[in-house]
Structure formats: C-alpha cells, structure tokens
Design a protein around this ligand. Structure first.
Ligand code: NAP
Ligand code: MG
Length: 492
C-alpha cells in the first residue's frame, strides 16, 4: 500500500520516510506516527517521525539545490513553467487528491475538491507571476546607475497546519518557489498525506532535486528542529499563537524573517438594513466551512440591535438545519480533526453553558456516522457577553457567537474589540457606511456584502494585531518571500 490511493477498510498506508532530493529516504530513527481518519477514528496511515537529523538532511539538499543545483540555475520563466505544469498535474490527479484530503482531514468531498482546485490555482497564479517579479531603477548621483532586484531569501522553511494541508502547500510553496527559494516543509502530523503526494507529483513534472523537501513528523520534534536549525533564511508559519511565538523567537535567534498567520476571531458586522436573503448563506457558511476549523472563520456575528430579532431569527433557522457527516455523505460539515480538538470545542460550549449563555440554534450529526469519528454538532450562542471567552477567543470549531451592537460606532468598536485582526465582513445597503466601516475595522482583509469571496488567491492575506504579520496570497506574498537587493554601478 502506498500513499497514492485510498486504503480499503482496515488497510494502512505505510510510511515512506522523508521526501528529499525527489526521493523517499528512510528517516533517521525509523520511528513512525499513526495517522487517524477523523471520520472513523481508525488508523489509516503511518508517517515517518522526522527528527533533527532528517531536517538537516532536507536542509542540505535544499541548500545544494539553491547554491549549485539545477534549481538555482533556472530562469524565472522556467520556474514559472514548472509551477504551471504542477498546477495541471494537480488538476489531472484531482480525484485521487480529493479522496486523500477527505480521508486525512474528514472534510466533506465537495470541500476537499474545492481545496484541491485551490491548490492547483495557487500554482497557476504563481506560475504566471514568476517572470513578472522585478526591481526598479532609481534616479541617483551623476555617473551612477542605481537599481534594485528582487532576489530569493535562499532556503525557506514552511510549517503548515492540518486544517487545509493541500491549500497550504500551494499557498506557501507557490510564491516561495516562484521567486526561486529552495524549500523544506514540515506538514502537520494530523494531516500530511496530500503534501507528501503533492511533493511526488512535483518531482514527476520535473522540479529539480532539492527544490521541494518534506519532513513529516511531530511539531515538538521535526517542527522544533526546523525552527531551531541555523541554516534557514526565512520561515513561514501558520498555526496557533503559542507555537507562533516559539517560531518567532527561533527566527529572532537566527536573525531571519518570518511570516506568522495565527488565526482570528473574525467579525461579521451586520446592520439592520442588510439584504438578508443575499447575506444568509455567507453568514452561516463562514463559520461552518471546514467544521469551523478555518483561520478566517466568521465566528462572531455582530448584529445591530434594531434588526436583531429578524436577523438572528433568520440565521438561526438556517443554522439549525446544518448537519455533520462523513466525507462521503458530503453534508454541511465533517468531523473535527482529532479528539483534542473535539474536547476543545466541547469545553468552550460547556463553559458558555455554565456562564448562562443561551444556545440559539443547534445543528445535528447525521444518523449512521461511525462511532469513533470526531463529530460535533454546530452551535450558535447568544447573546454572548463581550468579555466572555466565546466573544474573544478562537474556538476553531463550528461555534457561532452572536453579539448585539447599538450603532455604527459601537459596531466598529466591537469588531475591533479582540486581540485578533484577520478578516471581517460588513453587511449593509448603505454604501457610505459600508466604506466607512470597512476602513475603520482593523483586519487584514475586509469584505463588504461578501465574505471570503472565491478563495481569493489573488488577494493579499494576513493578520493585524495578534493574528500575525506578513502577507500571503497575491503578489504581496512574492515580496515577503524575496528580498530587495540594491546594486550601484559607477560609470564615466
Ligand atoms: P499548532 O501546534 O500550532 O500546529 C501548527 C503547526 O506547527 C503543525 O505543523 C505543528 O506540528 C507545528 N508545531 C507544533 N509544535 C511545534 C513546535 N514546538 N515547533 C515548531 N512547530 C511546531 O496547532 P495545533 O496544536 O495543531 O492546533 C491548536 C490550535 O491552533 C487550534 O485549536 C486552533 O485554534 C489553532 N490553529 C490555527 C490555525 C490557523 O490556520 N491559523 C491552524 C491550525 C490550528 P504537529 O501538528 O505535527 O504537532
Ligand atoms: Mg497536532
């Protein structure tokens, strides 16, 4: 059994080791980590437990590729063509990758497929962009030509989470490779089967040795070894604020840059004049997509008091119809990723109950889901006091907090009233108010009468405040993953 196909019931995909220089190698210790299917709770794969030695091996391969290998010699247009080839290969393998992503993460099939399509789209976007990244000439002293060029950092380390492994593979590696970095990725132990398979596909379409290296394993071991390694030139991290702090400390010790994407508590600011029929699908989907395990989940529904009963009633009616099920059932949401995440969601809900916060609406779990799966029924709570954990902290599950506000100024203050600032939605038919509020809300992305539209691969994405720093997606990512170099030439 290998990683290329969905295992039959009871079969286990065996670890192939670490992926370095386009080949599988046994990991240093031979240790493995079990991978569980969230839909059933069964072990479906064993991955290599990467160690510091494995990270160093992957790093050295990347360094060789960058300094003296074929990768470092490619022109921008050649890199772009490789990314485009990978994009097409992902599309060609969409069925296989969808099944793998759904198995590994428990996602409904339609969500898994959307993620694979997005992954292909990342490589398409950055493949097209690779030869359009350029510097400037600068008016300077007489007798001098001054110019800048954008050069790659060198070897970049990518640590990605379990919520969108295929999308994160494209989101971080697309721009890193487009500008010419060589890369080492540490995917999350809970969901790394598609990144491993995608790395194989990259080798098949012709990426030179060492451009993409993957070291699976635990965060404590492989992740910590990657951040502590002295050789990397840049780190990209997406995950929890706690680990983000460790990554930033490690980057500081190495005097290198990093981007951190640390999640959010994103508000949907809904005014009484909202076009409710148009808004409802987005207001609900923004919190249940991927079972709420989305950094940009619209987890706070902030509603103007004068329209509260009508708006909240309509959202609740729709919310109560939500159903969680297996990937094959393909319902509104799947299970959460692991038992720890299930306990975390249940703890938030239990505490809210103890604090006397009412459940306004509750979805259900479909009949016939396997007993060992990590299912939680979606819940909508209101009115959540502004100082309650449910109003302030990221749950990372299908839990919506409803909070009323008085007027525009209060709505903006409430939207800005958490430590986070990743994404926000503003819903009103008053264009002036929409524009004012969009400009006052402190978030990396603000949508007006929309939320997270179309995946937004073209749109710069990242946090303000404690949601992190740096920008991924769009052309901005190419800036973060490269560095400006100034060249001054004296002439007669
Ligand atoms: P996490 O520990 O921050 O995991 C993110 C990535 O960091 C994974 O690849 C993880 O590896 C790795 N990692 C863990 N410890 C590390 C260390 N000491 N050094 C370097 N890398 C390390 O997140 P989690 O525990 O999976 O989830 C906890 C909470 O984080 C969630 O409940 C949610 O609130 C938040 N979260 C946010 C996002 C987001 O998109 N912003 C994504 C995931 C989670 P392993 O998974 O193998 O341990
Ligand atoms: Mg984990």
């Amino acid at each position: 059994m290998n990683i290329q196909s969905k295992p039959a019931a009871g079969q286990i995909m065996e670890a192939k080791g670490i992926f370095v220089d386009n080949k599988w190698h046994a990991n240093e210790t031979g240790g493995t980590v079990d991978v569980y299917a969230p839909a059933t709770g069964a072990v479906v794969a064993r991955i290599a437990a990467g160690s510091a030695g494995d990270v160093d091996r992957a790093y050295k391969a990347a360094r060789r590729a960058f300094e003296e290998g074929a990768w470092g010699r490619l022109t921008a247009v050649e890199r772009g063509r490789l990314l485009l080839k990978l994009s097409r290969a992902i599309e060609d393998h969409a069925d296989e990758l969808t099944a793998l992503e759904a198995l590994d993460c428990g996602k409904p099939l339609k969500q898994a497929r959307a993620d694979i399509v997005a992954c292909a789209r990342y490589f398409e976007f950055y493949g097209g962009a690779a030869d359009k990244v350029h510097g400037d000439t600068i008016p300077f002293l007489n007798g001098y030509l001054a110019l800048t060029e954008r050069v790659p950092h060198g070897v970049t380390g990518q640590i990605i989470p379990w919520n969108y492994p295929a999308q994160m593979f494209g989101r971080t590696l697309g721009p890193a490779l487009a500008v010419g970095n060589a890369t080492v990725m540490k995917p999350a132990e809970d969901a790394c089967l598609t990144p491993l398979r995608l790395a194989e596909l990259a080798a098949e379409v012709g990426f030179p040795e060492g451009a993409i290296n993957i070291v699976p394993g635990t965060g404590e071991e492989a992740g910590a070894a990657l951040t502590a390694h002295r050789g990397f030139d840049f780190l990209s991290f997406t995950g929890s604020p706690e680990v983000g702090t460790m990554v930033q400390i490690a980057a500081a010790k190495n005097h290198i840059g990093c981007t951190l994407e640390l999640g959010g508590k994103s508000p949907q600011v809904v005014f009484a004049d909202v076009d409710l029929d148009a808004a409802l699908p987005s207001l609900v989907n923004a919190i249940v997509q991927n079972a709420g395990q989305t950094c940009s989940a619209g987890s706070r529904l902030l509603v103007e008091k004068s329209g509260y009963d009508r708006i909240v009633g309509a959202v609740a009616e729709r919310f109560a119809k939500l159903t969680a099920g297996t990937p094959d059932m393909d319902l509104d949401l799947g299970p959460v990723i692991n038992p720890g995440q299930k306990r975390r969601v249940e703890r938030f809900c239990g505490n809210a109950g103890n604090d006397g916060i009412e459940v306004i609406a509750e979805g259900s779990i479909a009949d016939g889901v396997p007993e060992g799966g990590y299912y939680v029924a979606p819940k909508m709570f209101g009115q959540v006091p502004r100082d309650n954990a449910l109003a302030l902290d990221e749950v990372f599950g299908p839990v919506l907090s409803v909070i009323p506000f008085e007027d525009e100024a209060d709505g903006v203050a409430l939207a800005n009233g958490t430590d986070y600032g990743l994404v926000a939605g503003v819903w009103t038919q008053n264009a002036n108010r929409a524009t004012r509020v969009a400009r006052k809300v402190r978030a990396g992305q603000v949508y007006v009468n929309a939320y997270g539209a179309g995946g937004g691969i073209e749109l710069p994405f990242g946090g303000m405040k404690k949601s992190g720093h740096g920008r991924e997606k769009g052309f901005e990512a190419l800036k973060d993953l490269s560095v400006v170099k100034t060249i001054v030439v004296k002439h007669d």
